[in-house]
Design a protein around this ligand. Structure first.
Ligand SMILES: *Cc1c(COP(=O)(O)O)cnc(C)c1O
Length: 377
């Protein structure tokens, strides 16, 4: 059986997504959850995931782009949409029009937002302040924030709703560094607290990513927690995932287009990177790097065919890839292969495929191409 419209498709389990959400909500309590659904909800489909989250009572989400926030509004998402990437000046009016919540990383940005808010007749337009405590990406440097915060809070048309920071060690590979970031963040909050306007609620705070939430890292609970990867049932670090029993949400499937026998010495695919050492049976799959099967999986990755894990052989093409099915009986064109996820009782975790590709599961999930239809089950 093949997918409905295209020979490669991604099955998204709504049930798994809901159950993961429940697990994370319970884990985070009393903090609220602010799921990160940037990059098309890590490839799972922004619109469908946004609708599901809203139906499950989630009020706040985070995305990177104004375009993503606007798409969510068109889907009817009414809650808070935090933009975790700084706004380009030309996007400010659009963000305000759709009541998206920008992060601010500099006084200059805050002033620009203030001006646009004033022109739009908005008072206390809500923003969140990001602090760079060690990620080395966006956000105020701590010393800059200490200097600029008193001026920032006096901008009459803005209201600082929250402070947040982002941990550099998403996979919890360096706990000591994360602890330093966490301590620095709290020290800053303490120093800034007296400067917050008395007539506004005290700013809220958040800093947890999936790893911090799963690992219950002290000092990360905050008012919100911002899991991304964990929501999709994938652990940034296998040790952290299993504790909560998260379930993978996505299974990437492709149809087998042809099965052929090749002789010893024959090659498979571009540049002849695979030469058969003996007679073999090769299956051609209808997914390639344009669908999210990384080219770095050439001769390294695997797939599931008829419940068995078999190696990908030859160079991954744009639309197709090939697998060695010599040992799998009865394979025929029209069968379904799984590039990651589940196939009956067999499973090929995206974490494992990512390791073979020399990358992280995040990248394999969001690499799943636009032309791969998402089928919600
Ligand atoms: C992507 C991102 C997250 C989510 O990280 P995960 O490791 O997927 O949980 C949280 N916060 C910010 C600022 C991010 O960019």
């Amino acid at each position: 059986m093949t997918g409905p419209h295209r020979p490669a498709w991604a099955e998204i389990s709504r049930g798994a997504l809901k159950r993961n959400l429940r697990r994370l909500v319970n884990r985070a309590r009393p903090a609220q959850i602010l799921p990160v659904i940037k990059a098309n909800a890590y490839g799972h489909g922004l619109a469908a995931v946004g609708r599901l989250l809203q139906a499950e009572g989630v009020f706040s989400v985070a995305v990177a782009l104004v375009r993503e926030g606007v798409a969510l509004r068109f889907e009817g998402f009414r809650g808070r949409i935090l933009l975790i990437e700084p706004l380009l000046p030309r996007d400010v009016p659009e963000a305000m029009k759709h009541r998206l919540t920008p992060q601010v990383s500099s006084l200059e940005e805050a002033r620009r937002l203030n001006t646009t808010a004033r022109r739009a007749g908005l008072t206390r337009f809500k923003v969140q302040v990001e602090v760079d405590t060690g990620m080395g990406r966006v956000g105020f440097r701590p010393e800059d924030l200490l200097r600029d915060y008193p001026r920032l809070v006096r901008l009459p048309n803005l209201g600082v709703e929250a402070f947040y920071t982002h941990l550099a060690t998403a996979d919890w590979s360096d706990g000591a560094y994360a602890k330093k970031q966490i301590a620095l963040f709290h020290a800053l909050r303490d120093k800034l607290a007296p400067h917050s306007p008395a007539d506004l609620p005290a700013p809220l705070w958040h800093l947890a990513n999936s790893a911090a939430l799963l690992g219950k890292i002290p000092g990360t609970q905050g008012d919100w927690m911002r899991p991304g990867l964990a929501l999709y049932g994938v652990a940034p670090n296998p040790r952290l995932g299993h504790a909560l029993g998260l379930e993978p949400v996505m299974t990437l499937k492709a149809s087998i287009l042809q099965v052929k026998r090749i002789a010893k010495g024959d090659s498979v695919g571009y540049n002849r990177t695979f030469i058969a050492k003996r007679p073999m049976k090769i299956a051609v799959l209808s997914a390639g790097y344009a669908d999210g099967v990384h080219r770095s999986l050439s001769n390294k990755g695997s797939c599931l065919v008829r419940g068995r894990k078999v190696p990908l052989v030859g160079t991954i093409c744009m639309d197709m890839c090939m697998a060695d099915v010599t040992r799998v009986p009865n394979v025929k064109a029209g069968d379904v292969a799984v590039l990651f996820g589940k196939s009956g009782r067999a499973s090929l975790p995206v974490e494992e495929q990512a390791l073979a590709a020399g990358t992280i599961p995040y990248e394999l999930l969001c690499a799943v191409g636009e032309r791969v239809e998402r089928v919600y089950v």
